[in-house]
Design a protein around this ligand. Structure first.
Ligand SMILES: Nc1ncnc2c1ncn2[C@@H]1O[C@H](COP(=O)(O)OP(=O)(O)O)[C@@H](O)[C@H]1O
Ligand SMILES: [Mg+2]
Length: 158
């Protein structure tokens, strides 16, 4: 298996997909979120955070770039690279979030991840698109050695 597709009928369904990720993924997982403005990237991360037991409100990090939530079952690092160009992204040294040496490993969710200069060896890419009726579709692909993460999602889906 190298990809999964989900039809998301409303915002709750998008958040529920995030929750499914939160249930399935281990510390050290990296999720690239791609798709247009308004496609549901932040909504998905809100569901993920809820599942991890984070009670702080998860807001869009468009202006803060990085929000760290440390109160849940695993740390959640929520990044949004929308306002940066690749050179600025490189200067941020974001590898530290998935290498786990400077801070505890958690789940790293990155909006506008296509701007990353240095990518992890393994990650899930979730591409969100709006469908003609105003709903959303998510396609999840495993990149590098992330196939086992995709398996875990498929297994806890039911
Ligand atoms: N499956 C869906 N169907 C309809 N609306 C959705 C769906 N998922 C999310 N939304 C709505 O889309 C809007 C933008 O979502 P947001 O998560 O902020 O997008 P992004 O972070 O990609 O810019 C929100 O109002 C959200 O409730
Ligand atoms: Mg967003």
């Amino acid at each position: 298996m190298s990809a999964l597709t989900f039809h998301l009928a409303d915002a709750d369904a998008t958040a529920d997909l995030g929750a499914l990720l939160g249930r399935s993924l281990p510390a050290g997982s990296v999720i690239f979120l791609t798709g247009n403005l308004g496609s549901g990237k932040t909504t998905l991360v809100q569901g993920l955070g809820r599942e991890l037991g984070i009670t702080d409100a998860i807001a869009s990090p468009t202006f803060t770039l990085i929000n760290e939530y440390l109160e849940g079952r695993l740390p959640l690092y929520h990044l949004d690279l929308y306002r940066l160009d690749p050179a600025e992204v490189q200067a941020l040294n974001l590898e530290s979030y998935w290498e786990g040496q400077e801070q505890p490993l958690g789940i790293v969710a990155i909006e506008w991840a296509e701007r990353l200069a240095i990518r992890p060896d393994a990650y899930l890419e979730i591409h969100l698109t709006m469908t003609a009726n105003g709903q959303r579709q998510a396609e999840i692909a495993a990149i590098g050695k992330a196939a086992n993460w995709l398996e875990a999602i498929a297994t806890s889906k039911t």
